[in-house]
Design a protein around this ligand. Structure first.
Ligand SMILES: C[S@@+](CC[C@H](N)C(=O)[O-])C[C@H]1O[C@@H](n2cnc3c(N)ncnc32)[C@H](O)[C@@H]1O
Length: 258
């Protein structure tokens, strides 16, 4: 008898942000394929009967190629097992969930997708940044910074208003900042970079568009991080620090480094 595949959105990394449906899928899994951004420290308890496979995706380094992950999922299901693919955030937000669903359809394997809390919304929120705020921003755009945006995309983004959220955007931050400025975004627009959202070592760096690349360099900002561009950044707070204090801190570091 054919088994099944469940793609599970694991949220931004904290276990209590797994949904009830995610826990249910893990509890009935025979095999779980997971990667580093999904909460995985207690998988042996959450999926007690499952073989656990770390497919170990890291930026620029795909430990197991995507086509092989799809073949493994389909192979387990065709052998009658319940295979769970546990991903960070939501499977359909830069998560290649669509490709895995198509692979299952092609193989005639039943597949279900359990949505997850996406880092695009939750990680800014963990730094106190609402993506929309009445009178400040009534739209947000989520883009991938995995590859630099085209000039046309930067032109539209710079003119759109609202909030811009960039995932996988640390390496391409200089191109983003320069491109938005070139297309007319004002130099004083606030930008936040929230690293390691929901972890104990979460850190938020804030500067204006003109200074964010220097601030990020001085702070040694690294992945995983979510970049937020827009006036809503002024509402940020982390611990007892306001956006203004976070901005002053980054400016202070940059002045010392200069
Ligand atoms: C391949 S994308 C996957 C996104 C995921 N499907 C989602 O919905 O959140 C990975 C990127 O998500 C962001 N990300 C995910 N979890 C994060 C976290 N806890 N803190 C900061 N950024 C995170 C980073 O931009 C990271 O490079």
């Amino acid at each position: 008898m054919t088994g099944r595949v469940t793609l599970v959105g694991g949220g931004p990394g904290r276990e209590d942000l797994l949904t009830v449906a995610a826990l249910r899928a893990l509890g009935s899994a025979d095999v779980v394929l997971y990667d580093r951004l999904a909460p995985h420290s207690r998988l042996s308890e959450l999926a007690p009967d499952a073989e656990l496979v770390d497919v170990g995706k890291r930026p620029g380094h795909h430990a197991i190629p995507q086509s092989e992950i799809e073949a493994i999922l389909v192979g387990h299901a065709l052998a009658g097992r319940h295979a769970v693919r546990l991903k960070g955030g939501d499977p359909y937000v830069f998560g290649r969930g669509g490709e895995e669903v198509l692979a299952c359809h092609r193989a005639g394997v039943p597949v279900e997708v359990v949505p997850g809390v996406t880092s695009a919304v939750a990680v800014p929120g963990a730094a106190g940044i609402p993506l929309t705020h009445r009178g400040v921003s009534h739209l947000f755009t989520v883009v991938s910074g995995h590859a630099p945006l085209t000039d046309d995309e930067l032109h539209h983004l710079a003119g759109l208003g609202g909030t811009i959220v960039v995932l996988m955007g640390v390496n391409t931050l200089p191109m983003l900042a320069a491109g938005l400025a070139r297309h007319g975004m004002r130099a004083s627009m606030p930008v936040a970079i929230v690293e390691r959202g929901f972890r104990r070592d979460q850190r938020t760096t804030i500067a204006d568009l003109a200074g964010i690349v220097t601030a990020a360099g001085v702070a040694g900002v690294g992945s995983p991080a979510v970049v937020v561009v827009g006036e809503v950044v002024r509402l940020a707070h982390e611990g007892d620090q306001s956006a203004a204090q976070l901005m002053e801190r980054a400016a202070g570091f940059a002045a010392v480094a200069a």
